[in-house]
Design a protein around this ligand. Structure first.
Ligand code: 5AD
Ligand code: SF4
Length: 467
């Protein structure tokens, strides 16, 4: 899940000038470099910051060496992420020696979590801004060029209205539909760093989907910490999906991440009835033991979760599933851990993000539940979870040999000259000979061989199946 990327301005128009905004300092020609860590929410926030900065006159830079402003957009979910960001800041600090006016900043969840540490212990940092301060970014950069600037307030009134992102990815648009989280799973830092749950209004989301479609995007992913808890006025997540499906030009809709306890029958029926909604659900389970789920405060039992999986699969044929699993949560016994492996064998996920439990300061688990599982044991359990999932993913992928899948072409494959890569409706990564096929078009590919992560095939002309 962890990604590192930078977003470049590529000359695509930003269609947002109709919204009136508070006055922002306009800068001409200064260059910004942003590095993004963490989940898709952060990728989407980076695009938002780039949109705001472009409107303030900034240009993008693909190299920190050429930039006047360097920002690391961070994630605080697991501990090792912090070491990585502090290491990267120290590594980049030489730039300030060469270019004293350079503003170096940290944004996102980790900025909120560790504001003081960044401000006082990492001398190269001039700017720390939390996830609700993006609108003030140009002001804050101006302030930081004179003296260190800090804004990590969580603002319940920040509605993100009219803040259009600047998208780099040419085939896939992310739209953040809700922010924050009210679930307070005991292991998770997100509610503390992203604040309370807030949903964006449905007309604003539809407007953003229309903008994305007008820019040529055919696939959108609706993002939220618990995306299916979405509610704005009378509009719930199922209603919203239906509205986005009504946008001309959008052919595929994805969403991430739903919480199992908010998956209503209405939502399942809406998904089943709307073919633009992809046959793929990321359904974080975390553990296969009721006592661990209780200690995590996940609000569902194993049997409720399995029942949901049955309802989803029986309503949508060929549905692909992924999940998140935490190995070695505080108090997890060998029997609890075996129960997680059993659940994975039973559900047979297409893929999974698997983590070692990492206690986060400020969370209930860190405060109140003894971290009983040793690091070595956590590592062993994580390895076992990964080995099992790899075996299952490989077995499932093998069943695709001979099938024909509709693929949205995303770009050149990383490995292999002349090969293109794209995604199936079920979120399988599919590689095939480019043969003149353009990015951002749909092509049908017949699968010939498979590995754990990739299906490989050749393009065909006739339409047969889709997943
Ligand atoms: N330790 C390990 N994994 C965590 N996650 C969230 N907090 C922690 C933590 N403290 C994982 C969960 C969540 C995913 C985004 O990150 O599995 O679903
Ligand atoms: Fe964290 Fe739980 Fe909220 Fe997901 S639902 S963001 S794991 S608190």
């Amino acid at each position: 899940m962890a990604e590192l990327l930078n977003i470049e301005l590529d000359g695509r128009p930003v269609v947002s000038d109709t919204i009136s905004e508070p006055e922002i300092p306009v800068v001409r020609g200064q260059k910004v470099y942003i590095e993004t860590y963490g989940c898709q929410m952060n990728v989407s926030d980076t695009e938002l910051m780039m949109g705001i900065l472009k409107r303030a006159g900034y240009q993008s830079s693909s190299r920190p060496e050429d930039a006047d402003v360097v920002l690391l957009n961070t994630c605080a979910i697991r501990e090792h992420a912090e070491e990585r960001v502090v290491g990267r800041l120290n590594q980049l600090s030489y730039l300030k020696v060469k270019k004293p006016h350079l503003v170096m900043g940290v944004s996102g969840c980790m900025a909120k979590h560790l504001a003081d540490e960044f401000m006082h212990r990492v001398p190269s940092v001039d700017l720390v801004l939390g996830p609700d301060s993006y609108r003030r970014l140009p002001d804050l950069i101006a302030e930081a060029s004179r003296e260190p600037a800090l804004d990590v307030r969580l603002d319940r009134d920040e509605d993100y209205l009219g803040l259009d992102p600047l998208r780099k990815n040419g085939t896939h648009a992310w739209i953040t539909i809700m922010r924050g989280c009210d679930k307070f799973c005991t292991f998770c830092i997100v509610p503390y760093v992203r604040g309370r749950e807030r949903s964006v209004s449905a007309p604003e989301i539809v407007r953003q989907a229309e903008v994305a479609a007008s820019e040529g995007f055919q696939e959108v992913t609706l993002l939220g910490q618990t995306v299916n808890s979405y509610r704005h006025g009378d509009c719930d997540f199922a209603d919203l999906l239906q509205m986005v499906a009504g946008v001309d030009g959008i052919r595929r809709i994805r969403f991430t991440s739903p919480h199992p306890s908010d998956f209503t029958d209405k939502l399942i029926d809406t998904m089943a009835g709307e073919e633009k909604i992809c046959r793929f659900v990321h359904l974080p389970v975390q553990s296969g033991s009721d006592s661990v789920l209780g200690a995590m405060k996940r609000n569902y039992t194993v049997s409720e979760y399995l029942n949901l999986v049955d309802r989803l699969r029986s309503t949508m044929q060929g549905l692909c599933l992924s999940t998140d699993v935490i190995a070695g949560f505080s108090g997890e016994t060998e029997a609890d851990f075996e129960a997680t492996l059993d659940l994975m064998r039973q559900v047979r996920y297409d893929s999974a993000f698997m983590f070692k439990y990492s206690p986060r300061e400020g969370t209930v688990a860190h405060r109140e539940i003894a971290d009983t599982v040793s690091e070595v044991e956590k590592g062993r359990r994580l390895e076992a979870v990964i080995a099992l999932q790899n075996q299952i993913s490989e077995e499932i992928n093998r069943t695709y040999v001979g099938k024909k899948l509709d693929i949205l072409v995303q770009g050149d494959a990383k490995k292999g000259k002349g090969l293109a890569v794209g995604k199936s409706d079920g979120f399988k990564t599919v590689v095939f000979p480019r043969s003149g096929i353009k990015d951002n078009t749909f092509v049908q590919v017949e699968i010939q061989k498979t590995t754990l992560k990739t299906l490989t095939g050749h393009p065909v002309l006739s339409q047969v199946a889709s997943c």
